[in-house]
Design a protein around this ligand. Structure first.
Ligand SMILES: NC(=O)c1ccc[n+]([C@@H]2O[C@H](COP(=O)([O-])OP(=O)(O)OC[C@H]3O[C@@H](n4cnc5c(N)ncnc54)[C@H](O)[C@@H]3O)[C@@H](O)[C@H]2O)c1
Length: 475
């Protein structure tokens, strides 16, 4: 291991705690500063304020090398200061840098050289603005390195310790060398570049990941119309070495704390610079519509959703996290509530009680599906792989599963007595759902979505809806 350094962290969130814990594991001394007293109290008491596999162990193992504080002055004795505060979207879609600027305002004044390393995702040009602000305040001995973070929640510790690459953009090469040395012990290609390019690498990576998902979701939607199976299509396409299989699964759309805000921030950044980033506008629109397609899949079987009980299974934006930021579940559940449906939710770790007024959060899958007219898989938690059981079928009022993550086998699910709707995998004929209610005579109410006319190409053909003539199972 190289020299042990003293590392300061602004922000005890996902990125800050993973960064702090993993650097402590590499032997460095770490001070983590946050502004939320309860968060610091919890951490001092050994409690992680959110769910992230492996992180509690890393923090516990290195407790002797990590110090938690509310006082920014405690960061004064550190050599490298990582900024890991949130950069949420503003109403305009730009990144809100107020937390970053507040953190910089709280930089302790020191006589030695200190390096500020930006891990928060920020618009291109932020480093340049920070450098100017530091100079204006006479903090000429503070260096600046853009060191964007690529970890994903749910696998954050593994991602930090086995990254695909390290990106370092600096104004002074020596500063980048100091930050790179902190990672000694971690094997990864290193991209050394200028600050603006490092900032762009992070935004472009998230934009491209989101584009891949929106692309395969569009392919899935066409598969539904032409009788192809998107799972096989994605596999066949992804085996092309030029394309690869990752981030290529159809579903109810992407979400989470980063994609939405970062794609929007890049689109906005381009717009502010005089360029209309048309592709990203489509990527965002496709994703918004994708979440709402669940509603039409339900209506196809159940008719109007008013008074129907729908189990929303999985709330977190992905498995292995309790993060609900920008989770598709929130949009889907809110749309269902707006349609007048009775919504029962389940998630093993995420708690949406404060965000979904009117929905009932259940402790078990069985509880959520009991008496339900349909179950919608929104997050691919492993527990949901066994959803198509006799017990669940018996408990439901109608055995309809909308598999928003394609986790179930359609043939086996249908053989187990369920009507099955996946994403891009063909539909259950109505005859397979004997308990299906007679669909509403009038066309189902559609969500207008964010863009006019967006639904027209996505409607279930009326003929298919009208073909259902079955009886309703008594409650
Ligand atoms: N969460 C991810 O998966 C992920 C991955 C890569 C990059 N990022 C980026 O990293 C940044 C942080 O994301 P996050 O998910 O960890 O955010 P978070 O909201 O989980 O944590 C941010 C923390 O910073 C604290 N904070 C705010 N102002 C502060 C200040 N002045 N001093 C000290 N602490 C302060 C907040 O109280 C909070 O605890 C964002 O820019 C995000 O886009 C996030």
């Amino acid at each position: 291991m190289a020299d042990t350094r003293r590392i300061g962290i602004f922000g005890a969130g996902w990125v800050g705690l993973v960064t702090g814990g993993c650097f402590a594991e590499l032997g460095h001394d770490v001070v983590v500063r946050d502004i939320v007293p309860e968060r610091i109290e919890a951490l001092r008491g050994g409690t992680l304020p959110f769910h992230e596999p492996d992180l509690p162990d890393v923090l516990a193992r290195n407790a002797g090398r990590i110090h938690y504080t509310l006082d920014a002055e405690d960061l004064g004795a550190t050599d490298v200061l990582f900024v890991c505060v949130q950069t949420p979207p503003t109403y305009s879609g730009d990144a809100d840098l107020s937390y970053v600027w507040n953190a910089l305002d709280q930089l302790p004044r020191v006589d030695r050289r200190q390096i500020l390393a930006m891990k928060s995702t920020v618009p291109v040009g932020t480093g340049e603005s920070v450098r100017a602000a530091l100079e204006a305040r006479g903090l000429v001995n503070v260096g600046y390195v853009s060191n964007p973070e690529f970890l994903a929640e749910g696998t954050a510790v593994r991602d930090f310790t086995n990254p695909d690459r390290l990106v370092l953009g600096a104004f002074a090469d020596d500063d980048a060398t100091v930050v790179e040395a902190l990672y000694s012990g971690i094997e990864a290609p290193v991209v050394r570049t200028d600050v603006a390019s490092a900032e762009m690498i992070k935004l472009a990576a998230n934009a491209f990941l989101s584009t891949r998902i929106s692309f395969i979701n569009e392919i899935a939607n066409v598969c539904e119309l032409v009788g192809a199976d998107v799972e096989d299509v994605a596999k066949g396409v992804g085996l092309d070495h030029r394309l690869g299989p990752h981030f290529f699964r159809a579903g109810v759309g992407w979400g989470g704390s980063c994609f939405g805000k970062d794609v929007s921030a890049l689109k906005q950044l381009a717009g502010n610079s005089g360029y209309h980033f048309q592709l990203l506008a489509a990527v965002i629109e496709v994703n918004e519509l994708q979440k709402r397609r669940v509603i039409s899949k339900l209506e196809k079987h159940l008719g109007k959703l008013r008074g129907k009980t729908i189990a929303v299974l999985g709330l977190a934006f992905k498995p292995n996290t309790d993060d609900l930021r920008d989770a598709p579940s929130l949009v889907i559940a809110s749309r269902l509530l707006a349609e007048g449906a009775i919504v029962r939710t389940w998630d093993p770790v995420a708690d949406a009680r404060g965000r979904l007024r009117g929905a009932q959060q259940c402790d078990s899958i069985l509880d959520a599906v009991t008496g339900a007219d349909a179950a919608v898989i929104v997050t691919e938690w492993p527990e949901l792989r066994d959803l198509a059981s006799a017990e669940v079928r018996e408990a439901m009022a109608r055995p309809l599963i909308v598999d928003g993550r394609n986790v179930l086998d359609p043939a086996k699910t249908r053989a187990a007595g369920f009507a099955y709707e996946g994403i891009g995998r063909g539909s259950s004929p109505f005859a397979a759902l004997p308990e299906t209610a007679e669909p509403a005579a009038e066309p189902p109410v559609r969500d207008s979505g964010p863009v006019e006319g967006g639904w027209e190409n996505r409607e279930v053909p009326p003929a298919e809806t009208a073909s259902a003539r079955t009886t309703r199972k008594p409650r």
